[in-house]
Design a protein around this ligand. Structure first.
Ligand code: UDP
Length: 321
């Protein structure tokens, strides 16, 4: 077969990240030619080891804030630091990656037959006063807080892509991704699941921020990727779509699950709650179910078990190497 003959080409920005690399693997398995772009600001090439062995995968070191010269029928835009410690460590890079990245994709797709699936976030809802959060909720966001570079950057990217759709007919589709976890999460990205798993495997105390009564709803990565890929199937999707697992846990409950699954006998230690930390979060996925048939299947205990096994193997490899 000639280069790309009869294969659809997908561009994945942020391909070396946690979600980007899982999505890349899935698209290759589904028969796409995949171009992955990543600046490696927070991504890691080891996440692309499997994809790198596939002749249908092509990697470009690049920054989504610069013009992109790739022809693709489908673009998945995942290029942005996404964990609180990463996105707050360089707020300017975070905000510009969101907004300029969206602008570059509009330039790439405008006037062409190209579908953009843009990764937005549950952070657009801020510290929500409506629970669970449907797409129709406008959110409760601090425009000048420590999380604002991410929250407002993502909100502005949604605005830009929606205007491009209204004005120029750009087929931009927005997913609002809720907390997602699984193998390949960075050890040091500061998220609650990666922190707890690393701490438990190292027999350290698990750090509970605040009283531990704040809630999140955790989606296993394979389920999330099902939803992302499904976003390109309907002929038309207008308006954002929540993707996540609606089963809600408190952070204290999560800690207990990690401790019992690792069996390492860790205890808990309290630490201050970060500024603007949302009190509760749970997606209303009625729209994703209806539009995409989205139905997260992996429960927390099963997903944590797989995640712990992956973290254990990587920590052992690191200790051995
Ligand atoms: N959290 C915690 N201990 C940690 C890391 C995070 O208690 O070591 C809490 C954090 O304050 C938040 C929740 O866990 O309430 C989820 O945090 P994460 O950074 O994973 O994602 P967020 O949903 O806040 O973007």
């Amino acid at each position: 077969m000639g280069l790309g003959a009869s294969r659809r080409t997908a561009l994945v920005t942020g391909a070396a990240g946690f979600l980007g690399s899982h999505l890349t693997d899935r698209l290759l398995a589904e028969g796409f030619e995949v171009v992955g772009i990543d600046s490696l600001m927070t991504g890691d090439l080891t996440n692309l080891e499997r994809a790198g062995r596939d002749p249908h995968f092509h990697f470009q070191l690049g920054d989504v804030r610069e013009p992109i010269h790739v022809y693709a029928e489908v673009v998945f835009n995942l290029a942005c630091p996404a964990s609180p410690i990463h996105y707050q460590s360089d707020p300017y890079a975070t905000l510009t990656s969101s907004v300029l990245g969206a602008l570059r994709l509009v330039e790439l797709a405008r006037g062409r037959k190209c579908t953009i699936v843009h990764a937005s976030t549950s952070e657009v809802y801020g510290d929500p006063s409506v629970h669970p959060q449907p797409e129709s909720y406008w959110g409760h966001v601090n425009p000048i807080g420590e999380r604002s570079c991410y929250d407002e950057g993502k909100r502005c990217a949604e605005t830009l892509l929606t205007d491009a759709r209204r004005r120029w007919g750009v087929d931009a589709r927005i997913v609002r991704i809720f907390n997602t976890y699984g193998p390949r999460m960075a050890f040091d990205d500061g998220r609650v699941i990666s922190n707890f798993v690393v701490q438990a495997l190292r027999k350290q105390s698990l750090t509970i921020f605040g009283d531990g009564k704040q809630s999140r709803s955790f989606c296993y990565v394979d389920d999330l990727i099902d939803g992302l890929v499904a976003m390109i199937r309907p002929a038309e999707i207008d308006g954002p779509v929540n993707l996540g697992n609606p089963t809600e846990f408190t952070i204290a409950e999560l800690a207990q699950q990690v401790i019992s699954l690792t069996g390492d006998g860790s205890d808990l230690v309290r630490a201050p709650l970060p500024a603007d930390d949302p009190r509760q979060r749970k997606p209303d996925i009625t729209r994703a179910r209806a539009l995409l048939g989205f139905d997260p299947k992996v429960d927390l205990a099963t997903g944590l078990g797989r995640t712990i096994a992956d973290f254990r193997a990587r920590l052992d490899a690191r200790a051995g190497g």
